[in-house]
Ligand binder design. Structure first.
Ligand code: AMP
Ligand code: MG
Length: 337
């Protein structure tokens, strides 16, 4: 398996270059299997405090949503222990997962975890000769429906006339959940909100290519060429302004190769096979969670079939597709262009 990170490069630039610019301060730290990167462009913001806030926010989300943290809500759900309503982040993720699953006609599906593992990604390993036999794929696919995920609402009342609602989340036996396609974007949004509440105005929060910009500056983001290295000439530049977010999904991030065929880590939940046809997709949205969820779904759907979900979210996308002669073609969807 090969891992390649940092689908996007970035640089900050200001709208008013003539004014003296506050110094950029940049901080990096490892989390969620990737690197968090915070660029502060505020004068006078206590950088140590800001980094502390961002770190805490990302760590909190990770502690609840990561399948690699044994005590997380996701791990409890996967162990069929259920999960009560007090776990706000997982509640939010489940609600959002149902929504993105619906608007992408099933292309976004966090219940695809058993297939991700069958194809030898994450903790699955290669149990079968690779690629796995068709029968194993179709049997595993049966355990990956979104209907394996349940959310129940119970209304309670007491003698004094108080009523309250409790939500319980659980997964049918054999199912497994994985928030890998949405959790990083969501974590960026949580950090973004916390930083804003603390008074940070001009900053860029980036978690492994899931980015959200804040403030009056314009942030120029370089979209990587999927056929080249991260330091090579970018394919395109995207300018983010206040509140906007971007995420990229690419088949080169994690993959296995057999007999000249590349099997990537994004699975088409409709077939059970790794998605094919798109090299890379970058989504620009009004929040990082939407950009993250849609970039994965658009990778599965391709440009044409993604239009509906992108329009529903007011998002735009840059698809990178390979022509038969091996050259790359860019397809732009949405109002951003
Ligand atoms: P991303 O890098 O955001 O595109 O997310 C990819 C990760 O999401 C994979 O490594 C899997 O853990 C998970 N995943 C794969 N296919 C899907 C899918 N169709 N829907 C939701 N999650 C998926
Ligand atoms: Mg994603």
């Amino acid at each position: 398996m090969r891992f390649m990170f940092a689908a996007i490069l970035f640089c900050g630039c200001s709208r008013e270059q003539t004014k003296p610019q506050p110094q950029m301060r940049e901080y990096n730290w490892p989390i969620m299997g990737t690197t968090a990167n915070l660029i502060l462009a505020d004068d006078g913001v206590d950088a140590e405090k800001a980094v502390g806030i961002a770190k805490e926010a990302l760590e909190e989300v990770n502690s609840k949503l990561s399948v690699f943290v044994p005590t997380s809500d996701a791990s409890k759900l996967n162990a069929n222990l259920g999960c009560d309503y007090t776990t706000y982040h997982s509640f939010e993720m489940i609600i959002r997962s149902f929504y993105f699953n619906k608007i992408t006609d099933g292309a976004f599906n966090p219940m695809v975890a058993p297939l991700v593992e069958l194809w030898g990604f994450h903790r699955g390993g290669e149990k079968y000769d690779f690629p796995p036999p068709a029968e194993a794929v179709s049997n595993t696919l049966k355990r990956c429906g979104i209907e394996m995920l349940h959310m129940e609402h119970d209304i309670y009342g007491d003698d004094e006339g108080n009523t309250w609602c409790e939500n319980t989340i659980f997964i049918s036996a054999g199912g497994r959940i994985d928030f890998g396609a949405i959790a990083k974007g969501y974590a960026v949004d949580v950090a973004y909100e916390e930083l804003r509440i603390a008074g940070c105005t001009n900053f860029l929060m980036n978690l492994g290519g899931n980015m959200r910009a804040s403030g009056t500056r314009e942030w120029k983001i370089a979209v990587r060429n999927p056929l080249k290295g991260v330091d090579d000439e970018p394919l395109e530049h995207i300018t983010l302004t206040n509140g906007m977010a971007v995420a990229t999904s690419g088949g080169y991030e994690q993959f296995h190769e057999r007999d000249g065929v590349r099997y990537c880590h994004i699975i088409d939940p409709r077939t059970g096979y790794p998605a094919q046809g798109v090299e890379q997709v970058t989504v620009i949205a009004n929040d990082a969670m939407t950009a993250d969820a849609l970039s994965t779904a658009c990778f599965v759907l391709g440009a044409e079939a993604s239009k509906k979900a992108l329009a529903e979210c007011g998002a735009s996308a840059l698809f990178v597709v390979k022509n038969p002669d091996g050259s790359l073609r860019l397809e732009r969807i949405g109002d951003f262009w």
